[in-house]
Design a protein around this ligand. Structure first.
Ligand code: F6P
Length: 501
């Protein structure tokens, strides 16, 4: 880990020498943000006034930062590898966390002859492990243990069916991952897997030994029929979208070994230490939050894009969408007062593919959309052409930043580029478990800092509930043969009638 240097003060972080703003060897280059010193000064004052660093520290200290649900958001404890005590309600949570680490390690050593792992979970119980398992498959130092890991999230049975077609029932293990253990999609998929096991003539004891749960609702998992010894706990003070560091990350350990999982935690932990100790003008998550806040207020940007120039990080934007928009897509602040600013829409996909999709709009659309460009220094394929491809990939990344920022005048307005479109460049030395962990933690802390700037509780998600409630009577109505007894508005009723036919 690179210790924060106190020698240099960055009055204008946008003009910092490339490489001088870094943590865990991840470099942040704000040069194309176009933010002047006077504006950085105002931004640092804003950060002080919003008590951004206090807010970060409150998260680490286990304070009740989730104000609506009156609980901490202590995901940082899950990667506190030195086990220094962290108290929730006066009780040190580290022994319980360490016990789960031991159990994860034990399972990694125990699973011999397992061919398939079906991971059933959705939202925070899916995006993180799915991203990490895919990203690390491309890493040069991977130690793939040869499991076929199938992630199943969608209630659309097409996803499950795809997994089941590939899995060998006799040597398949199933992880049912749900913090609440009440998520409709997850339970429906889990029941369908039970039926599949039965159809494949597995005995009930074989089925029992194949089922595992990761949850904070241990009773519900046991009621579902999962043996107590196969239930991995996590806690209500871990937000779903921050849960990949808990046993939710189990597939990472099962696929690449416990040491790799530990490195993933270590990278995040080192980013934590940076986030909590570096001064604002050197602090990567704070600087990234301030830069986005600046662009949002200056250009009224309603969206920003995250473009990893690394195919391995193809799923990163999906993970980030939940992190940012579920955390900060809010209409009121912590006190219930309307806010004028909250999370912009987040979108993205891997470069260079993204360039052939919506980059037209980034360059010439009427709205200014800030962009995070994420590059990896080392190539990630064993092909003899890997280096050349990597140079092409990096050239595209750097050129897009240049084109966005500098634009180009042309007499034909259709051919001119306005420029002054801000971007960050974030560079990882390589994409191993350590740097992946650090990258995700960087964005987690940025989300917390942005929440503080907007005055938002970043740790609840009340907006997802209404649709879940309304889906239930519609689902029942769809199962009726002809007509239905429940009352619906006329538009929904007409739609239900159509699907019933
Ligand atoms: O979408 C709402 C949500 O509650 C997310 O916050 C969460 O990550 C996801 O559903 C899955 O929840 P659970 O892990 O409880 O199944």
């Amino acid at each position: 880990m690179t210790a924060p240097s106190n020698a240099e003060t960055f009055d204008n972080p946008s003009t910092a020498v490339f490489g001088s703003l870094q943590a865990t060897d991840i470099v942040l280059d704000l040069a194309y943000q176009g933010i002047e010193s006077k504006d950085w000064k105002k931004l640092f004052s804003k950060a002080e006034q919003a008590q951004v660093d206090h807010h970060l520290k409150a998260v680490f200290a286990g304070e009740l930062v989730n104000t609506s649900e009156h609980r901490p958001a202590l995901h940082t404890a899950l990667r506190n590898l030195d086990k220094s005590p962290i108290l929730v309600d006066g009780k040190d949570v580290m022994p319980e966390i360490a016990e789960v680490w031991q159990r994860i390690e034990g399972l990694c050593n125990k699973w011999v002859g397992v061919t398939d792992l079906i991971h059933i979970g959705i939202g925070g119980s899916d995006f993180g492990p799915r991203l990490a398992v895919q990203a690390l498959a491309h890493s040069a130092n991977k130690s793939n243990r040869g499991l076929r890991v199938h992630f199943v999230a969608n209630v659309d049975s097409a996803e499950l069916s795809h997994a089941l077609e590939r899995a060998q029932a006799n040597s398949t293990k199933v992880l049912i991952v749900s913090k609440s253990f009440s998520t409709a999609e997850t339970l429906m998929n889990a029941r369908a897997v039970l039926n599949w096991f039965k159809a494949k003539k597995l005995t009930s004891s074989q089925v029992q030994n194949s089922l595992f749960a990761i949850t904070s609702n241990i009773q519900a998992a046991q009621d579902f029929g999962i043996q107590a010894k196969n239930v991995f706990p996590f806690w209500d003070w871990v937000g779903g979208r921050f849960s990949v560091w808990s046993a939710v990350g189990l597939p990472i350990a099962l696929q690449y070994g416990f040491d790799t999982f530990k490195q993933f935690l270590q990278g995040a932990n080192h980013m934590d230490r940076h986030a909590i100790s570096a001064r604002a003008d050197q602090n990567l998550p704070i600087l990234m939050a301030l830069a986005l806040y600046y662009q949002q207020t200056k250009h009224h940007s309603k969206a920003y894009a995250a473009i990893p120039y690394a195919h391995a990080l193809e799923l990163f934007p999906y993970w980030l969408q939940q992190l940012d928009m579920e955390s900060n897509g809010k209409q009121v602040d912590c006190f219930g007062k309307s806010v004028s600013l909250s999370s912009p829409v987040v979108f993205g996909s891997a470069g260079t593919n993204a360039q052939h999709s919506y980059f037209q709009l980034l360059h010439q659309g009427p709205e200014c959309i800030p962009v995070d460009l994420i590059a990896i220094k080392e190539p990630m394929s064993p092909l003899p052409e890997a280096k050349d491809h990597h140079h092409a990939l990096l050239a595209n990344c750097l050129a897009q930043a240049q084109a966005l920022a500098q634009g180009r005048d042309a007499s034909d307005p259709n051919l001119s580029y306005p420029g002054k479109r801000p971007s960050n460049l974030i560079v990882l030395p390589k994409l191993d478990a350590y740097h992946l962990g650090a990258l995700l933690a960087l964005y987690e802390h940025r989300a917390v800092c942005l929440g503080a700037l907007w005055g938002i509780n970043s740790f609840d998600q009340p907006g997802v509930e209404l649709g879940k409630v309304l889906a239930k009577p519609i689902e029942r109505a769809l199962q009726e043969k002809d007509g239905f007894s429940a009352e619906f508005d006329s538009i929904t009723a007409a739609r239900i009638h159509y699907f019933q036919k």
